[in-house]
Write a protein that binds this ligand. Structure first.
Ligand code: S3P
Ligand code: PEP
Length: 439
C-alpha cells in the first residue's frame, strides 16, 4: 500500500475509446472453479488486480497450478479438490475472494487459516460461517467471526438456506461448499443477486437448477457433481466502466466509448439509473461473449436530474452507489438512495465516507442509517476536498472523477488501493484527457 496522494484537476473535455479490465467477480470465480475442477482451465481477459492476484496465490496454496501466459491470459491446472495449504491464506482486500474461497475449501477434509488486510479484518464473515457451520464446518474466529480465522472442512451435509441479506458472496460460498455436500444445496434469495457463480458452474459442467418462485429465486445444486476444466472469456467490468461513464456525463464537451462492457442485467442498475437521470448513454455492438451479453457504451456530457433510486435495484448496482452519488452531485435536485445498508460493510463504510467526502467538496448530503440523499444544484460543485478513503478503491476513484469536473482539484489518500480492482484507472483517464497526477 502506498501513502502517496493522487489529485484530479478540472480541465478538458474527455474524449476517446477505451476498454476497461476484466470483470472482478468473474475473474475470482474463474480461478476458484478452475482450481476445483479436474484438468486445464484457460482464462482470457482476467483482471490482473490485487484482489484477483491474491485469489490466484490462494489457489496455488490449495494445490492448483496457476500460471500466466500473456496479458490477461492465465491457465489453471486443477486436481478436482483442495489440499491442506502450507501457509496462511491471505486474501488481501478482497471480500469476494475470502468468502468464496472459504466456501470452496469447506467441502474438503482440510484445515486452513484465512486472513486479509486491515479493511478485510473488519468485515463480517459470520454471514458465511453461519450457513457453512450448519453444513458441518467447524471454525475458530475472533469476535463474531472476523479474520483471521481457521476453518476445518469436510463431511458436509446438504442445506436449504434462505439468504438473510442480498449477497452473491454468501450465495456463492454455499453453492461452492455444496459441490461436496451430501444431498447438495438450495439457496433461496428473496432478492436476486449477480448470477456469475451459477453460470460458471454450468460452464464447468455442473447442473444448476434455477426457479423464480413467490418467495424469491431458488438456486439448487444437486449432489455429486464434478467440474471439468474449460475456457473462460472474461468481459469488461461494468463496475469499472462506471467511472469513465460518469466522468463523461459530468465533464462538458465529453464523448467516450467504452468497448466490451458486460451487460448482465444483475449488474446494470447504474446504467438504468443514469439513463433515468437524463444521461446520454447508448449501447451499440451488443453481442454475446463468454456466455455473457456485452456491448460498447457511448456516453456524452448530459444535464442530469435527481431521481429516487428504487431500493429493489440495489443488488444490481451495490458497488456503484459511490460513483452514482458523484453523478447526483452534478444533477439538478435530490437523488435518494435507500435500502443500501450493505454499503456500510464493504471495504469501508461507504455511506459515511461518501457523505463526508462530498460534503468536503461543498455538496449537500443527508445521511440515513440505510441510505443517503445527495442534493445537486445543477452546477459543478466546488470540489477542493482532501479525501480520506480508508483504503477503499471505489471511494478513491469516485472522488477523483468528481475532481475532473468540479471547480477546484480534489485529492485522495491511499490511491495505491485502486489497483485492487482497476489498476489502469489513472492511465485510462489520462488517455481520455483527464488531469490525474500524483501530489
Ligand atoms: O459476488 C461478488 O462477486 C460480489 C458481490 C457483492 O458483494 P456482496 O455479496 O457482499 O453483496 C459485491 O459488492 C462485490 O464487489 C462482488
Ligand atoms: C465490495 C467490493 O469488493 P469485495 O467485497 O470483493 O471486497 C467492491 O469491489 O466494491
Amino acid at each position: 500500500m502506498t501513502t502517496a496522494v493522487l489529485s484530479a484537476r478540472p480541465g478538458a473535455a474527455l474524449r476517446g475509446r477505451i476498454r476497461v479490465p476484466g470483470d472482478k467477480s468473474i475473474s475470482h470465480r474463474a480461478l476458484i472453479l478452475g482450481a476445483l475442477a479436474t484438468g486445464r482451465t484457460t482464462v482470457s481477459g482476467l483482471l490482473e488486480g490485487e484482489d484477483i492476484l491474491a485469489t490466484g496465490r490462494a489457489m496455488q496454496a490449495f494445490g492448483a497450478t496457476v500460471g500466466r501466459t500473456g496479458e490477461g491470459e492465465w491457465t489453471i491446472e486443477g486436481h478436482g479438490g483442495f489440499s491442506t495449504p502450507a501457509q496462511v491464506i491471505d486474501c488481501g482486500n478482497a471480500g469476494t475472494g475470502v468468502r468464496l474461497i472459504m466456501g470452496a475449501a469447506a467441502g474438503f477434509p482440510i484445515t486452513a487459516t484465512f486472513t486479509g488486510d486491515a479493511s478485510l479484518q473488519k468485515r463480517p464473515m459470520g454471514r458465511v460461517l453461519e450457513p457453512l457451520s450448519e453444513m458441518g464446518v467447524r471454525y475458530e474466529a475472533r469476535d463474531g467471526g472476523r479474520l483471521p480465522l481457521t476453518l476445518h472442512g469436510g463431511a458436509l451435509k446438504g442445506l436449504t438456506y434462505v439468504l438473510p441479506m442480498a449477497s452473491a458472496q454468501v450465495k456463492s460460498a454455499v453453492l461452492l461448499a455444496g459441490l461436496n455436500a451430501e444431498g447438495g444445496v438450495t439457496v433461496i434469495e428473496p432478492e436476486a443477486t449477480r448470477d456469475h457463480t451459477e453460470r460458471m458452474l454450468r460452464a464447468f459442467g455442473a447442473e444448476v437448477i434455477v426457479a423464480d418462485r413467490e418467495d424469491g429465486r431458488h438456486v439448487r445444486l444437486p449432489a455429486g457433481q464434478a467440474l471439468t476444466g474449460t475456457h473462460v472469456e472474461v468481459p469488461g467490468d461494468p463496475s469499472s466502466a462506471a467511472f469513465p461513464i460518469v466522468a463523461g456525463l459530468i465533464t462538458p464537451g465529453s464523448e467516450i466509448t467504452i468497448e466490451g462492457v458486460m451487460l448482465n442485467s444483475s449488474r446494470t442498475g447504474l446504467f438504468e439509473t443514469l439513463i433515468e437521470m437524463g444521461g446520454d448513454l447508448t449501447i451499440t455492438n451488443q453481442r454475446e461473449a463468454g456466455g455473457e451479453e456485452v456491448g460498447d457504451i457511448v456516453v456524452r456530457h448530459s444535464a442530469l436530474t435527481g431521481v429516487v433510486v428504487p431500493p429493489e435495484r440495489a443488488p444490481s448496482m451495490i458497488d456503484e452507489y459511490p460513483i452514482l452519488a458523484v453523478a447526483a452531485a452534478f444533477a439538478t435536485g435530490e437523488t435518494v438512495m435507500r435500502g443500501v445498508g450493505e454499503m456500510r460493510v464493504k471495504e469501508s463504510d461507504r455511506i459515511a465516507l461518501m457523505a463526508a467526502g462530498l460534503q468536503a467538496c461543498g455538496v449537500e448530503v443527508v445521511e440515513e442509517p440505510e441510505g443517503f440523499m445527495v442534493r445537486g444544484t445543477g452546477a459543478a460543485p466546488r470540489g477542493g476536498g482532501m479525501i480520506t478513503t480508508h483504503g477503499d478503491h471505489r471511494i478513491a476513484m469516485s472522488h477523483l472523477i468528481l475532481g475532473l469536473a468540479a471547480r477546484e482539484p480534489v485529492r485522495v489518500d491511499e490511491p495505491g488501493m485502486i489497483a485492487t480492482s482497476f489498476p489502469t484507472f489513472a492511465s485510462l483517464m489520462r488517455g481520455l484527457g483527464g488531469d490525474i497526477a500524483e501530489g
